[in-house]
Design a protein around this ligand. Structure first.
Ligand SMILES: C[S@@+](CC[C@H](N)C(=O)[O-])C[C@H]1O[C@@H](n2cnc3c(N)ncnc32)[C@H](O)[C@@H]1O
Length: 515
């Protein structure tokens, strides 16, 4: 069954970070050594019909209990406050979502009053918005293609297909779905020698940004430590953010939510720098925005409901606004090495002559050779391509009102090979909601009359006439109302039940102790 082709390509890979040891389950080695056809055969063999309780209350209650237990038992997460009801950041999140929606339709930005603080009470357009509740309820019978696409026991992501009329016999698995799974970015030695060179040069002391911070604590306090070189670099990158007087800047730490202040130039302005495995803290610190994402604590599921859209992702616990819940990984390639097929999945990480270079090279103690190479690399375009190897991030669908933002975080140094993409919740994401991103203007144009995101403001929605003329001050209450309706349903059926159970449990324990 094994084919040597993927193996030869794998040998060309240089990973940008240490590949963590995975606790393997299933046919990990056989699958990775196989070609596309054989991988499809393996997936089809594994596929089974499963029953699904369409009244998902019990499922969500169980998932919440499991998740909560997990984060409470993890000593690295003692500083993490899992809070998805933080009303303070809600109005800011809804404002950003509504403003970016307005600006995606028109280049005219002058009528956007970015920083109005008061919350918008005009609920006129929110009537009937409940019909756009997009929480997905699967059918009673589903085909489970695999129990775990990652093959890692500590990162279980099942894949389901819910297409009508489909059976495990006539199940269709597209070629582009049998990719290799990796949570670490890599470059191809033969295709991207300059990126490999940048990674090699970045290992020299002058070019490497790492810290010597350590302490007896599980989590080292690198964030806001003015002696930590990684935090200093993190702070330096903050200056690109549009600063609003008396407002805190958007922060890239391990546990604070990443809340944007402004909806334009989001990817260019909001960049972080994190500690890594080469630091004395080993990245187990408060200055590592990748920490939560790499822990993969938020349980995800991949599902297919619509043959045109293909696979999608949803979470089974709430993801609080500003949480970097996963990375988006793949192969880092220069644009000339990115094919049209790759573009369907690729995400641009570095844009030719970006006005905001990550650093002013003159200020850095880097070697001359590294500076010259960086300067050259900064004149090109780079993408992360998960076409043949990547992680769950590649499955995020496009939405006209996305709930996930993709942002950049550097580690170790500042070349395009040191960029990591993080997936950040733009609002509190209620379980069952598809996790979606904005594919960008070019793709949105391609999807213009065929977009199936199903959101109230979709360019292809039946109500598009109604919503397309609205300004952000009227769109924000629509986003807020829809969120409120979904939140109330989840609270009533899941959280309140768990709280009541806890109260009953505590009362029982007290009674037993009293006897
Ligand atoms: C990056 S892939 C997303 C994952 C993909 N659904 C899969 O099954 O692997 C992009 C492709 O998904 C589909 N897609 C994603 N969002 C869509 C949307 N809102 N409407 C229609 N198709 C969409 C399109 O076929 C698009 O080319």
């Amino acid at each position: 069954m094994a084919s040597s082709e993927p193996e030869t390509r794998r040998k060309q890979r240089v990973y940008t970070a240490t590949v963590p040891r995975i606790d393997v389950t299933g046919q990990f080695n056989d699958y990775n050594a196989s070609d596309i056809e054989n991988r499809k055969i393996m997936r089809k063999r594994e596929a089974v019909l499963v029953r699904w309780d369409t009244d998902e209350r019990h499922f969500y209650q169980q998932e919440y209990r499991k998740f909560y237990r997990k984060i409470k038992l993890d000593r690295d997460l003692l500083n993490y406050k899992y809070d998805w009801t933080n009303k303070d950041c809600h109005s800011q999140c809804f404002r950003i979502i509504a403003q970016s929606l307005q600006s995606s339709r028109s280049d005219k930005m002058e009528d956007i009053d970015w920083f109005i603080e008061k919350f918008y009470k005009n609920e006129e357009h929110t009537i009937g918005i409940g019909k756009y509740d997009d929480t997905y309820t699967p059918p009673a019978r589903r085909i489970r293609i695999t129990k775990n696409i990652t093959f890692d026991k500590n990162d279980v992501i099942p894949v389901y297909s819910d297409l009508p009329g489909e059976t495990s016999k006539n199940l269709e698995i597209p070629d582009n779905f049998v990719y290799e799974y990796s949570n670490v970015n890599f470059v191809d030695k033969s295709q991207e020698p300059d990126l490999v060179k940048a990674m090699e040069l970045a290992q020299q002391e002058e070019n490497l940004i790492k810290c010597n911070c350590h302490s007896g604590d599980n989590i080292v306090s690198c964030y806001e430590n003015k002696n930590c070189p990684c935090f200093k670099m993190n702070k330096k990158l903050r200056k690109f953010q549009f600063h609003i007087k008396d407002r805190p800047r958007c922060e890239f730490s391990s546990f604070k939510p990443i809340i944007l202040a402004k909806h334009t130039d989001v990817m260019f302005d909001n960049i972080g720098f994190s500690c890594s495995e080469v630091c004395a803290c080993a990245g187990k610190c408060t200055n590592n925005t990748l920490l939560l994402a790499n822990k993969k604590i938020f349980p995800l599921e991949i599902y297919r409901q619509n043959p045109h859209v293909g696979f999608n992702i949803r979470s089974s616990v709430p993801i609080p606004a500003g949480t970097p819940f996963r990375t988006f990984t793949g192969e880092i390639r220069e644009s000339v090495n990115v094919s049209d097929e790759d573009l369907d999945y690729a995400f641009k990480v570095w844009q030719y002559n970006e006005t905001r270079l990550p650093v002013d090279l003159k200020d850095m103690k880097f070697t001359g050779e590294y500076k010259r190479l960086l300067f050259e690399l900064f004149q090109r375009d780079f993408f992360i391509c998960p076409t043949t190897c990547g992680n769950v991030g590649r499955t995020a669908g496009h939405s006209c009102v996305p709930n996930v933002e993709i942002l950049r975080v550097y580690q170790k140094s500042v070349s395009p090979a040191h960029i990591n993409l993080i997936m950040v919740a733009r609002e509190d994401i209620i379980p069952g909601t598809p996790l979606t991103i904005d594919y960008g203007a070019d793709f949105a144009e391609r999807l213009k009359d065929v977009c199936q995101c199903g959101t109230f403001a979709c360019s292809n929605s039946k109500d598009k006439e109604l919503f397309s003329e609205l300004k952000w001050v009227d769109l924000a209450p629509c986003v807020a109302k829809l969120h409120e309706l979904k939140f109330e349903k989840y609270r009533d059926t899941v959280i309140d039940v768990i709280k009541e159970e806890e109260i009953a449990h505590r009362a029982k324990r007290r009674r037993l102790q009293a006897h």
